[in-house]
Design a protein around this ligand. Structure first.
Ligand SMILES: Nc1ncnc2c1ncn2[C@@H]1O[C@H](COP(=O)(O)OP(=O)(O)OP(=O)(O)O)[C@@H](O)[C@H]1O
Ligand SMILES: [Mg+2]
Length: 377
């Protein structure tokens, strides 16, 4: 097992020892894979979608080929193809006999091949000029995989990215292809505020009713407290359970922020972490981000900043255009708020979510929210 110095990791996935809970979601995804159901995994940013997929992949036996493709850097279908092909190659050990077969098949698709100077592993890229050639090559690549006797699961992470591609009808082509391969299961994943859900929920969209939906919410607080306390204890350090609950609350239950704060507190190398240490660490983190936040304040208009600060102070805003909210924060014109809300949603500063049937707005960046709350700006 990989030994690391700080058990609170702030990127990627190492092993289940450093991964908190998600037992139900893991079981749901495993069941979908084992029963050949495609899955749409969505949730707020930084909640842990990518890490969960990797966690699930770590539990699969070697009868299943698991491929994780991060589509975030892709801007067209050529990139999609290149990223998928490289993800396919890195899904195998080089000594795996299937790797040789896949590699031989992939070379027939005429990629440009370069080799990593250190490890010697191949890296492929495609530069096909027209859309139909790109789609045809992708189709051959996927069919190559599905022709093996093994079951295949492909995670297309940040799938909403395909909406940015200039090629037409990509979603239609993908749907037709992916639907025709019974031994290939697909996990589509992305943040809900990135229109991922529109692609699967709108009746006029090719992926309408395509697969099972799984919304990733926050980790159960009791389980997160157990996890954090246990890792401190393991290294003979003490942190009060009540203080950990407060940390989770302060981080608005966002996994990434909780991990960052826990990581920083753990790195103090103290026998006991006091409430004052936690407060100091929160201040330090916000101070480090201050330049970015002041820049943001400079680039938005005064009016936009006023709305943003009101949202930060309020937390969850259910009725931004209602009398109560407007009076509390000194607004007189609801159409201005409406415009700013749209602007902030487009820029990813705000997101819209639901508590049951009630919809609300909230600042996406938890630390920004805490900074605005704290500063008298
Ligand atoms: N269950 C968990 N236990 C401990 N750490 C976790 C857990 N889930 C995620 N993390 C950590 O939280 C951080 C954010 O997770 P991740 O990148 O998977 O989120 P995401 O939802 O995919 O984010 P994005 O919206 O940017 O794609 C990472 O550092 C990851 O290691
Ligand atoms: Mg992710």
């Amino acid at each position: 097992m990989t030994e690391i110095k700080n058990p609170f990791i702030t990127k990627g996935y190492i092993s289940k020892e450093y991964f908190c809970d998600r037992e139900e979601e893991t079981a749901d995804i495993l069941s979908a894979i084992n029963n050949g159901r495609d899955l749409i995994l969505y949730g707020k940013r930084k909640m842990g979608k990518s890490a969960l997929i990797k966690h699930v992949f770590h539990q699969l036996d070697n009868k299943i080929i698991s491929i994780w493709v991060d589509l975030l850097p892709s801007v067209n279908f050529n990139d999609f193809l290149t990223l998928t092909a490289n993800a396919v190659l890195s899904a195998f050990e080089e000594e795996d006999p299937l790797y040789k077969k896949i590699w031989a098949g992939m070379k027939k698709l005429r990629p440009t091949v370069t080799y990593d100077e250190v490890s010697g592993t191949p890296n492929v890229s495609f530069d096909l000029s027209d859309t139909s050639a790109r789609i045809d090559t992708f189709s051959k690549l996927i069919r190559l995989l599905s022709s093996s006797s093994k079951k295949v699961v492909i995670a297309l992470d940040e799938f909403q990215q395909i909406q940015e591609y200039p090629e037409k009808n990509i979603a239609e082509h993908l749907r037709t292809l992916l639907q025709s391969l019974p031994n290939v299961t697909v996990i589509f994943s992305g943040s809900d505020q990135h229109m991922l859900l529109d692609m699967f929920n709108k009746i006029d969209q090719p992926f309408y009713e395509f697969g099972q939906h799984l919304k990733l919410g926050p980790i159960d607080s009791d389980k997160y407290v157990d996890f954090i306390e246990a890792h401190f204890k393991k290294n003979k350090r003490k942190i009060e359970r009540g203080d950990i609950y407060n940390i989770i609350e302060w981080c608005n239950h966002r996994t990434m922020n909780i991990q960052i704060l826990a990581n920083r507190l753990y790195s103090l190398h103290q026998k006991t972490i006091t409430e004052a240490d936690i407060q100091n660490m929160k201040d330090t983190i916000l101070k480090e981000k201050e330049d970015i936040y002041y820049t943001l304040k400079r680039v938005v208009s005064k009016g936009q900043w006023k709305v943003l600060s009101a949202f930060a102070r309020e937390g969850k805003v259910y009725a931004p255009y209602g009398k109560a909210f407007m009076q509390k924060y000194g607004f007189t014109n609801s159409s201005i708020i409406r415009r700013v809300v749209q602007f902030c949603l487009d820029k990813g500063l705000l997101y819209q979510s639901h508590d049951g049937e009630e919809s609300f707005f909230e600042l996406d960046d938890v630390f920004l929210r805490r900074w605005v709350e704290m500063t008298t700006v």
